[in-house]
Design a protein around this ligand. Structure first.
Ligand SMILES: [Zn+2]
Length: 336
């Protein structure tokens, strides 16, 4: 069997005709398998949804109780058969609940890695390599220039800034699912034990992470009812990046703009956003992680999606691994 027969791109997303299901479809479909809760992968409105318990919970928190017709949870490593197609989910190390999905029929196994990373993250289960004939990889940071530093060192830069500028509110932009909790968790692990103020858009997800055993410490809403802006001097306030552009942010004294994203490697991006302290913390693989993963897996073929497709395809070919871009549309990850 050719791998394209088992799984191929369509307008709605990756489709498996034999199993009659889609992976991370961008349009409402009858049956969807979802890798993780970021909004470009986990859209509401599908009939049946199969995902990890945590991804299903996250979808409900973000999209409401009616996010799909019916849901089914699957554990990491559990095997299901759908219309003769074997399916199993494996940790992707991207955000809480994130999974790679292995699809298998007649001895052919394709692994859809969704979004993934290899660097340590205390807020989710680490990536697990799964041997396969075809490995579908993202390439968000698929250029050799992308090397993400150790996230602990990046957090140390934030702590240094807090010591240097004790009068300034440190406004940390971080995506609501995954990055925000990772930044908070890294701060706690670095010994920061003061209250951390979080924007309302983060509260349900942070509470959910806590319920799953991830300790985020003392989190508070930055209410300004009976306080004045003075109270937030020297404090850490975490919010979605957009929150710091609106009225909400005016309550903070002498704000210092921080942004945690893999894109902060690109100096121009930090400058455009007016970021004073860019933290290069990414939930995606950088170039060394992408190439090390492919080297480790030695798949027969690599299919590359979103990002630096050409460079990674070329790199694979130079290693003697067949590769092609998938040209899937509709994935602009919110959690970079
Ligand atoms: Zn993602």
């Amino acid at each position: 069997m050719k791998p394209e027969t088992l799984l191929h791109p369509t307008q709605a997303g990756l489709y498996c005709p034999a199993g009659d299901f889609y992976v991370d479809p961008i349009r409402p479909v009858e049956r969807a398998l979802i890798t993780h809760g970021h909004s470009d992968h986990a859209r509401p409105g599908h009939g049946k949804v199969l995902a990890t318990r945590q991804t299903l919970d996250i979808m409900r928190i973000r999209c409401g109780a009616e996010f799909c017709g019916s849901e089914q949870a699957i554990d990491f490593g559990e095997r299901l058969v759908l219309n003769g197609v074997g399916i199993s989910f494996h940790p992707a190390g991207h955000v809480l609940g994130s999974a790679q999905i292995a699809v298998e029929k007649d001895g052919m196994r394709i692994v859809v890695s969704g979004d993934y990373k290899r660097s340590a993250d205390p807020t989710c289960t680490p990536f697990e390599p799964v041997a396969c004939d075809v490995f579908i990889t993202e390439a968000t940071f698929g250029l050799p220039v992308f090397h993400h530093p150790d996230p602990t060192d990046e957090i140390a830069r934030l702590l240094t800034s807090l010591r240097q500028f004790p009068q300034r509110s440190h406004l940390v932009g971080a995506y609501a699912l995954g990055k925000a909790q990772r930044v908070i968790s890294l701060l706690r692990r670095s010994g920061y034990d003061r209250p951390i103020y979080i924007h309302g858009a983060l509260s349900k997800l942070c509470a959910y992470y806590e319920s799953q055993g991830i300790d985020l410490g003392d989190l508070r809403p930055p209410t300004d009812d009976d306080q004045n802006a003075q109270d937030f001097r020297g404090a850490v306030i975490v919010g979605p990046p957009s929150a710091f552009n609106d009225r909400w942010a005016r309550r903070f004294a002498d704000p210092l703009s921080v942004f945690a994203s893999g894109w902060m490697m690109v100096r121009q991006r930090a400058k455009q956003r007016g970021v004073e302290l860019p933290l290069m913390i990414s939930d995606h693989c950088d170039w060394p992680e992408l190439t090390a993963t492919i080297t480790e897996l030695k798949p027969g073929e690599v299919w590359v999606t979103h990002g630096g497709e050409e460079a990674l395809v070329r790199w694979c070919e130079l290693q003697g691994i067949a590769a092609r871009p998938l040209h899937l549309v509709g994935y602009e990850d919110e959690g970079d």
